[in-house]
Design a protein around this ligand. Structure first.
Ligand SMILES: Cc1cc2nc3c(=O)[nH]c(=O)nc-3n(C[C@H](O)[C@H](O)[C@H](O)COP(=O)(O)O)c2cc1C
Length: 385
């Protein structure tokens, strides 16, 4: 049997991935003053133990003021290196590569957690550094009615804002992460600079498309100065939003990003405004895959597809059809953290469960030998394989 592409190892720069399944970055809103907690270890740990090739830790903020909610993770200080290093070490000890997404929320900061309303957060006396949580953006334009109006970054402040991404990348390296993803999507700071709606500056960071791309490109240049050439750099972009930043613009941007050392574009959509985008078909499997395909083809760069990728054979078809080079799975992994192991079994790969820790792989392999594996045919008949 030929190994499915999904389970064929791949190399990006000097990083070897055991398969092409990435865990999409997913905020847990569970940090304490920017520090990870046991929850983070358990959460990403179970994905590594479940067989993913690349585990990407949630959007971790490069500046204190870049936090979105209470509970965001931070990398704006060296004090965060040791606890994140513990997590990276655990991920790697289970054969997955350890990735981390770096982010800055910009004008969408200071909000409640999603399950608490996903709306502006009123003053919290227990947050000692409330004043440092200074909401900034490219222009003084709020995300939506009733949201904090950001303070527009002055031209003189921009170099430091960019430098914070590089310093966070350096800390991620010192914490032992193998890969970084820069969050340039979902209406957060980098996307705000790209957007003709959120960015109405009249200096060299606003106006023309070239000027609006400058912040993103300078962030990448800065990160590449701090992040080793041997390690991959991904960037997540909203390939289409509801406010004038679309695939055509992203093809141009992706070409420029590639020249500056971005290896993979993680293709997402939306988030710039509170309007429900009319291009969203959230009930369709793989609804963002066509964006990954277009960027891959037209910008000649590797892409990662994400969004309602649910089944192993669906993921395999995306890779076989050359629509993307990797797939990222989010909610389906929350539903089943052992999704890679499960997909491997259903696709007839790894009968010995070698892709998961022996602590449970050993017993599952023994059970499978007796005919109780998780092949679909076994399940359908309700009897043995
Ligand atoms: C709980 C949760 C938290 C998320 N946090 C992030 C995040 O930190 N950064 C990000 O870029 N996307 C985030 N996302 C979006 C996911 O990475 C992913 O793009 C999205 O869920 C679509 O993929 P899926 O259909 O496989 O879940 C989050 C999604 C969920 C469900």
């Amino acid at each position: 049997m030929t190994t499915p592409l999904l389970f064929t190892p791949m190399r990006i720069r000097e990083l070897e991935l055991r398969n092409r399944i990435a865990v999409a970055p997913m905020h847990q809103y569970s940090g304490e003053n920017g520090f990870p907690t046991n929850w983070h270890m358990v959460n990403v740990g179970r994905f590594a133990a479940g067989g993913a090739g690349l585990v990407i830790v949630e959007s971790t903020k490069v500046e204190r003021r870049g936090c979105g909610t209470l509970g965001d993770l931070g990398l704006w200080d060296d004090k965060f290196i040791a606890p994140l290093a513990n997590i990276a070490t655990f991920i790697k000890s289970h054969g997955a590569a350890a990735g981390i997404q770096l982010g800055h929320t910009g004008r969408k900061g200071k909000t409640k957690r999603p399950w608490e309303g996903d709306e502006p957060l009123p003053y919290q006396p227990q947050v000692k550094d409330w004043e440092d949580w200074d909401i900034i953006g490219p222009s003084s334009l709020a995300f939506a009615d009733g949201w904090t109006v950001p303070r527009a970054l002055s031209l003189g402040e921009i170099p430091d804002a960019i430098e914070s991404w590089g310093k966070a990348a350096d800390r991620a390296h010192r914490a032992g992460f193998d890969m970084i993803e820069l969050h340039g999507a979902h209406g957060y700071l980098i996307h705000q600079f790209l957007s003709p709606e959120a960015n109405q500056r009249t200096d060299r960071y606003g106006g023309s498309q070239e000027n609006r791309m400058r912040f993103a490109l300078e962030v990448v240049e800065c990160v590449r100065r701090y992040w080793p050439a041997s390690k991959p750099l991904f960037m997540r972009l909203s390939i289409e939003d509801e406010a004038g930043w679309g695939p055509e613009q992203n093809v141009v941007l992706s070409r420029e990003l590639k020249v500056r050392g971005v290896d993979v574009i993680d293709c997402s959509t939306g988030g710039l405004t509170s309007k429900v985008p009319n291009f969203f078909r959230l009930t369709e499997y793989g609804y963002q895959v066509p964006y990954a395909e277009r960027i891959r083809r037209e910008a000649d760069i590797m892409t990662m597809a994400v969004g309602l990728i649910i089944h192993g054979d669906q993921a395999e078809a995306i890779l076989q059809n050359k629509q993307a080079d990797l797939v990222a799975i989010g909610r389906e992994l929350l539903n089943n953290p052992n999704w890679p192991m499960d997909a491997a079994q259903k696709m007839g790969v790894d009968p010995g469960y070698n892709g998961v820790p022996p602590q449970f792989g050993y017993w599952l392999a023994k059970r499978a030998k007796r005919g109780f594996g998780c092949k679909p045919s076994t399940w359908q008949s309700g009897l043995s394989a």
